[in-house]
Design a binder for this molecule. Structure first.
Ligand code: ST9
Length: 615
């Protein structure tokens, strides 16, 4: 058996029992999909991921792509290249491609469910398949010429990258110095050095289309300071005939000048790209307007969702690997017989702390899966409303609110639980390369860092998604959570847990109130905003816990209803597990938000006033 343990049953539960996604099938814009087809696709991708895509996971980690500085090229191992080809040949990635570009309109909820299988089996694979996202953004913002390029990119299965970061412009993208100079023929010459470019160079595709942020120079009224002065350019690795897509054989002046050596995700090439150094790097401005950061953010939003999905995919497989191990590992006697040295040895699933750990893993993995798919269900809502010509503003705002939580909270909780609980379940064996967990931990760490660090997600959440949105999306969601928490259900085994959820919402609202108050006070005393900064990640985590607790309890409610009817033995266990995970999370995690509130309310100025020498 390979390393990857998927959870198809839970994915289906989320899609069809919790989120009732099948209600969308057969109607616009998802007229081509029905429930049987969706379940068939899920089963197929699950099988493909476990049996084929997962196979090179370990090998590719031990034998990362080789960078040849003399040709500035990268060679990927045949094993990983085989997995990539298998995924591309299977064509399921076309469910993410616009119909205008040869794809099928499938709900984002279904797509992110499929993505979980791929990202769990071989996460780096996904980073090489950027074209569906890139082509969508190019199609939406491009001229006829750009749309043709998007069509060619999909048809020829080219790679695509997002090129933002520079050595001195990481979180602060607006500090980027890469320049773009217009040519007479409508193209631009790009000059600069970019860093940390995922899949920036490889031999898996015939060409790579780089989406590059650069600052136009020599053009009136554009190219000012900060992110708003950035434009987005389409810069191919190889020049091609824009009508046919045939490569001209001429190399464009964008080269990988280094490939980083990393802690994990070793098979995903992380490149330094130098543009326009010894040969011109020519590209096209995307569309006719200089609106680079907004255009790039459409790619970033997709990638942030991907990171959250990857994080929980790995946690879920980590948990299921740990569970398998715990069920077999015999060690020590039952604690209730600890004084009897001749008592029979038991599997470690009998030990209280291991059970606590396994339920922690289960609750976070399943709760955050719900969070990812719940967020995706708002993306479905945007598509449905847009197709019907209706106002999608609320759906957009709720999706925007949830994205930093999916990415920031999802990645942090996954990485911590993987390291402290999943690996720990294996004892010393978890530290060995014999088991996949040590690689999971290494591969998962990047999720808290790239696509905007956790601190960036926390600031995005508060300043942009709450304050700038005037709390419309937050209030909408918290009202739903409060209504669920307050619903009367006296005989139910989750009555106490609903109360704990209600308390957690009050506490998170108090954290928001404290931060909003400090922000308002900063109009008179600007440094008061530091208090907001000190509470930002606290809010991100607290809100994530509330939403996960709510989704787990909603799942438990559905499970309890199902358990009232006759069920197959495997379904009884499944539904009992859903109830237990929700009860555990509500009892063990949600009460901690009260302490977070207390800390948040006492946050003052001393941390920022401390002399740097005292650190
Ligand atoms: C990276 C690569 O880390 C990781 C690779 C992952 C794997 C990718 C694999 C590919 C997967 C497939 C998907 C991708 C496909 C790839 C191929 C594609 C070619 N929401 O607040 P302001 C906009 S890459 C929406 O003033 P500052 C908005 O337009 C590196 N839009 O910010 C706004 O204008 P307005 C990742 C947003 O102070 C404008 O920005 N790097 C949002 O100027 C200015 O906003 C990062 O993620 C938003 N949430 O700049 C950067 N926020 O206000 C992290 C801003 O008028 N840093 N906009 O609407 C940040 O996010 C900073 O907060 C900052 C600050 C740069 C936005």
């Amino acid at each position: 058996m390979g390393h990857y343990r998927s959870n198809l049953r839970d994915v289906e539960f989320n899609l069809f029992e919790l989120l009732e996604r099948d209600r969308l099938f057969g109607a616009q814009p998802y007229g081509d999909i029905d429930l049987d087809t969706a379940k068939f696709i899920l089963r197929e991708v699950d099988r493909l991921a476990r049996e084929d895509l997962a196979e090179s996971f370990e090998e590719a980690d031990r034998h990362p792509p080789v960078y040849d500085p003399s040709t500035r090229s990268v060679t990927v191992t045949p094993e990983f290249a085989g997995a990539y080809k298998t995924w591309m040949d299977a064509e399921w990635w076309r469910l993410r491609v616009l119909p205008e570009l040869g794809g099928t309109d499938a709900p984002n909820s279904l797509n992110w469910a499929l993505a979980e299988f791929v990202l769990g089996a071989n996460p780096a694979l996904w980073t090489y398949v950027g074209m569906p996202t890139a082509a969508r953004v190019v199609w939406h913002h491009g001229t006829e010429r750009d749309r043709k390029i998007a069509q060619i990119g999909v048809e020829k299965r080219w790679g695509a990258t997002m090129v933002l970061t520079e050595p001195d412009a990481g979180s602060d993208v607006g500090a980027g110095r890469t320049r773009a100079v217009p040519n007479d023929d409508g193209t631009w010459n790009i000059h600069g050095v970019k860093r940390f470019i995922t899949a920036g160079e490889h031999d898996l595709a015939d060409n790579i289309l780089h989406l590059v942020l650069a600052r136009p120079v020599g053009v009136d009224s554009v190219g000012g300071p900060g992110t708003k002065g950035l434009s987005l350019f389409l810069v191919p690795k190889f020049h091609f005939d824009p009508d046919t897509g045939e490569l001209t054989g001429e190399r464009n002046g964008v080269y990988a000048t280094n490939v980083e050596k990393k802690m994990g995700m070793n098979v995903s090439t992380t490149c330094e790209l130098t543009l326009g150094d010894d040969a011109p790097a020519r590209g096209w401005l995307l569309g006719e307007v200089h609106d680079g950061i907004a255009q790039m953010f459409e790619v970033i939003e997709d990638a942030r969702m991907m990171v959250g999905c990857k994080a929980i995919a790995t946690l879920s497989s980590g948990y299921l690997n740990a569970l398998d191990y715990a069920k077999q590992r015999v060690q020590g006697a039952d604690l209730a017989q600890m004084s009897d040295k001749s008592a029979p040895r038991v599997t470690i699933t009998r030990h209280p702390d291991v059970r606590r750990s396994l339920l922690t893993q289960k609750a976070f993995a399943e709760g955050m899966r719900s969070l990812v798919l719940y967020t995706a269900s708002w993306q479905d809502e945007i598509a449905v409303k847009t197709a019907a010509g209706e106002d999608a503003a609320l759906a957009e705002a709720v999706n925007d609110l949830l994205l930093p939580i999916v990415k920031g909270y999802g990645s942090e909780r996954s990485w911590v639980v993987l390291g402290t609980e999943s690996l720990q379940t294996f004892g010393g064996s978890g530290y060995l390369r014999e088991y996949p967990i040590e690689q999971y931990v290494r591969d998962a760490k990047i999720d808290t860092v790239y696509e905007g660090t956790t601190a960036i997600q926390a600031q995005d959440l508060f300043f942009r998604k709450i304050v700038r949105n005037r709390s419309v999306a937050l209030t909408h969601l918290l009202d739903e959570v409060k209504a669920f928490a307050a619903a009367s259900d006296p005989a139910s085994p989750i009555t106490g847990e609903r109360r704990l959820l209600g308390d957690a919402v009050s506490n998170v609202e108090a954290i928001v109130a404290k931060m909003t108050g400090d922000l308002a006070a900063s109009k008179d005393e600007s440094t008061t905003v530091y208090r907001v900064g000190l509470n930002a990640t606290r809010l991100l985590f607290a809100l994530g816990d509330v939403f996960v607790g709510w989704l787990l309890l909603r799942s438990a409610h559905i499970a309890l209803t199902a358990l009232a009817e006759p069920q197959a033995p495997s379904d009884i266990s499944f539904y009992e597990g859903k109830v237990a995970a929700a009860q555990f999370f509500a009892r063990e995690v949600l009460p901690k938000i009260a302490a977070e509130r207390e800390i948040a309310e006492t946050v003052g100025d001393f941390v920022m006033e401390l002399d740097e020498a005292a650190f």
